[in-house]
Design a protein around this ligand. Sequence first.
Ligand SMILES: *Cc1c(COP(=O)(O)O)cnc(C)c1O
Length: 362
Amino acid sequence: MQKIPLSKCFVNDEVRNAAIRALESGQYILGKECKAFEEEIAAHTGTKHCILGSSWTMIVYMLHLAQEVKPGDEIIVPSHTAFPTMEPLIHCGAKPVFVDIDDTFCMDVDQVEAAITPRTVGIIPVHLYGHPVNVDRILAIASKHKLWVIEDCAQAQGAKYNGKTVGSMGNFGAYSFFPSKNLTVLGDGGCLTTNDDALAEKVRMLRNHGRKDKYLHEFTGFNVRFNEIQGAIGRVMLKHLDGFNDQRRAVAARYNQRLKGLVVTPKEMPWAKAVYHMYVIRVQKRDELQKFLKEKGIETGIHYPVPNHQQPAVTSKFSNIPSLPKTEAAVKEILSLPVHGEMPVEDADKVCDAIAEFHGRK
Ligand SMILES: *Cc1c(COP(=O)(O)O)cnc(C)c1O
């Protein structure tokens, strides 16, 4: 029996040749491949600047330092996201203020305003599973209360909100290139997109020891640099990104059509062109279904089983964290089905056949 993986990385001769080209160039860090990759991401996103870094987590940490996020600051985040979303702000001594989710699994925009206090400095909405949040409403709230917005695009490279690419609408966008993401460099990496000249320059310097030029350090920075081999690989991946995202959407469309009535299928809002980093269903007998699919060689996942407002790293540090009923209910029912940029629609059919069989519909 052919196994169906949850996700899969694209590797072909174009990718191999790009890595070899970088390997033989004699330049290994922040050279011309990185520069070209930054320019190509900025063009694809529609922003003035792109700054590569060693991961989403570290480049966002550099951004928070540049923004001077400080102890006592509050930042509004969803709890239902990857844990790293709130790591940089916690390192700065700030407090994550959690809001619950809506039916798209993204931050419930209706709850954001009530979470704002005089200490609030920013909002980090997450385009979770590749589905864009209601950006216009977030930006309207942010502008009314003079807050910055960082779009967490780690799961949504290439997704569109009313025709605009995510990462181009908030003050900042942040991407991750971890191997499972829609845009990967087959290793760790991330980047920031922005139109803010001053903060872009500051983040650029912070990622490279506060350097102004080779031997002149304006402030104390870090090493959060990016490598040429990964830059070269990323450039190939970026060329294929929209095609892969289309294939993810084709797989999602087939799942939607065949799973309707069997399980709760994911919603796509009228403003959204989602890129299905994950295709997440809700089902009551989730653990039984996951086991059943595993026995049939179908790999699934749970993103995420423990919400961040209940993580020991958070509960041991912050008190009076309110409960989030929708998040807490969702984590017991969510199941991520296989989807990736090269997945044949026929494999989605096999997954649907198995889910139908589980429900006694065969
Ligand atoms: C993967 C991910 C991150 C972290 O990215 P790294 O590059 O691994 O640091 C942040 N936010 C979300 C939503 C993610 O999925």
